[in-house]
Design a protein around this ligand. Sequence first.
Ligand code: ADP
Length: 550
Amino acid sequence: MATPLMGQMMTSPLTISSLITHAARHAGATEIVTKRVEGDLHRYTWRDAEQRSRQMAQALLKLGCQPGERIATLAWNTHRHLETYYAVAGSQMVIHTINPRLFPEQIAWIANDAQDSVLFFDATFLPLVEKLAPSLPSVRHFVLMTDRAHMPAETSLKGLLCFEELMAAEDGRYAWPEFDENSAACLCYTSGTTGNPKGAVYSHRSSVLHSMAAALPDAMGCSARDVVLPVVPMFHVNAWGIPYTAALVGFKLVMPGPHLDGKSLYELFEGEKVTFSAGVPTVWLGLLNYVKANGLKFSTFKRTVIGGSACPPAMMKALKEDYGIEVIHAWGMTEMSPLGTLSKLNARQAALPADEQQHLLEKQGKVIWGVDMAIVGDDGRELPWDGQSAGNLLVRGHWVIDRYYNHPESPLASVDGKPGWFPTGDVGTIDQDGFLQITDRSKDVIKSGGEWISSIELENIAMAHPDVFEAAVIALPHPKWDERPLLVVVKKPGVELTREQMLGFFEGRIARWQIPDDVAFVAEIPHTATGKMQKLKLREQFKDHKLPGI
Ligand code: ADP
């Protein structure tokens, strides 16, 4: 057999440190601005961030940390968290971002599963960490991410270290090492709404490829002219990769710290001339409320990615029509780093009538290069892309996990008998144009008389009612139909809205048999630590609710 001719190009491993060295050399003067936990506005450049990341890497080595060790964070989006990201992964350790909104027992469980050796945390979480410390035997060092002046006078944490002191003790004369690009870089846990959370271990290679794909025009489409404020936290799937994409593209990054209320965000958006943002739908509810109540407008904010749960079309419409903000609807999950699909139009679709364009943009969108998807029936056979056939969604690609941390068994399944696909647990349709529409999590679908009703579709309709603040639909058992939908609604403050008016709103908007059987008005819908509606809790709360006619 002839010997194949090999390419004759330079190769070097795709490492995360290569992103920030690029930013320091080629976007060195571009700013990173942080509204810090201490309350001040901190400002420096990518050049400074890279220098300090090297210093923090030196500090970790001095603490005796080794390649492969898991270094945890309980922290907001700040420049210090960014430095920790790069210092840890850049020196071949593994950055484990923990969601501080989880229950303390869950945090301890996750830190023990990961066997974290160092825990970096913001001052906000000092009481939490003091409480957790006795149940974290693997943690050798606790580092408070602040300066000496803000260190607590007293704490039960023995040998508590000060971030800025560790930093100041180092000179930054450290060369980022080169190593196998398949080394672990980041560890993120799924939210674990059912059972214990599971860890997804991203590699340097998968993270760099994900960052490149995220930057593409038909993905997030950010350029060096953008000013980007990730509202999505760095403890929620790496803020959807924005800290990495930021360095790759070299754009200005604005970090909101713990200040996520409508007023603080609005002031930061305006003050720093933010053009692009990303977050879950619930965040925009808060910001839009503030802006609306105060009769404000955005002067530079033009585009945002919304994902993590379905973006209600009514929210998309309000952002576009009232504020001129384009929404890029995105779907993904922790197990896929997280980007899977984004809703962007091609030239032909962009020439369609406005309502047809809108219809496509409301879907979760098309996959980006690097990921493939398929929908299958219960027999594992691939279903047609007709926009009608709903099936279980599977994915594969460069930044999709092939196993969970500490779980040797493979989670993968087959499509048409071919193995190597990750089952997402989502149900959706794909249309002729390749646009995915998520109809539900498989456990949230409402199975009524042998047909499926999409809870997301019903929620989207309810959210379009001007008096509705938030809406969730859950399945309740029904003796004749198996399951029927119950609509749970939070009204906007001060409005009158009756059950009959609410149900009447569905007439003509959906098939009669899909209209919910009942409405429950509540003061609040419970949310998970990542801002999703907690349907498990709602099902528990309404398990004794009597639907009319039973
Ligand atoms: P993330 O942390 O990115 O939200 P999780 O792993 O916590 O990822 O949750 C992923 C799940 O969230 C998906 O499997 C899907 O059910 C849901 N999800 C994410 N984005 C969307 C979206 N745009 N529309 C509907 N559901 C979504």
